[in-house]
Design a protein around this ligand. Sequence first.
Ligand code: ATP
Ligand code: MG
Length: 254
Amino acid sequence: MALIPKSHPRVKSLLIREKLVSGFDNGLVAKEGLLAQGRGEAFDYLLGERTGKSAKSAIKAAAAQILLAKLSVISVNGNVAALCPKEIVKLAKQTASKIEVNLFYSNEKRKDNIVKTLKKNGAKEILGTNPATKATLSGIDSARRIVDKNGIYAADVVIVPLEDGDRTLALRKSGKTVITFDLNPLSRTSQTANITIVDNVTRSMDLLIENCKNLSKKNNKTLEGILKKFDNKKNLSNSIKDIKNNLTKRSRFA
Ligand code: ATP
Ligand code: MG
């Protein structure tokens, strides 16, 4: 790992980048995943690299939605496995969600590496690896439509951090409630999902786990109330305003 001095103003961002680079070196992350990270970094910069109010309210709504689900599934790709494998396993345990490995750029070797990483971090069951339980989502072409019959296919709620717009749309078309983490509030994924957490997944995954833990003591009526109050379009528009306000602040030099 490159030596990054603690005093460096961009130390956090650089350490996250290092995770992706070692994920790439260890066969977890696709080349395209590095580019996706770069796009995310740019938006994170514009957001001021902090978890804003709108992200916090999306996290709360996401927690309520996961707790209300009949079957929630967390879809894991290479970037997520490189960035927060421990947190994924923790979220799955906390909420009785299933974990499915689902790659945009399908590759068996990479899939194996992701499974190994998740297992090393405590995952027991990982779906998406058994050819006998393959199922296909309609409304999408290519390998991306292949999901697990016992996982995403059967789920009512799917958590897809750092997902592509086409797949998000396919999941919505097949009737799933979609929760995503995406630093770009303008992406198709952000605009298509039911609940969009506009934040760095490395900052907000722990917050989601914490919210799930706290809200698990509440009854369904309270959880439904939280969801009813949440408006994703309005919340996305607040995230865009957060960027605008941050830029206005940063543009005052004199
Ligand atoms: P879409 O297909 O949804 O229109 P896109 O083609 O612009 O999006 P993709 O590469 O398909 O982008 O998806 C990756 C998304 O993940 C990007 O929007 C990027 O901002 C976001 N992203 C990358 N790294 C992170 C991260 N660490 N936390 C949260 N989001 C991230
Ligand atoms: Mg895309």
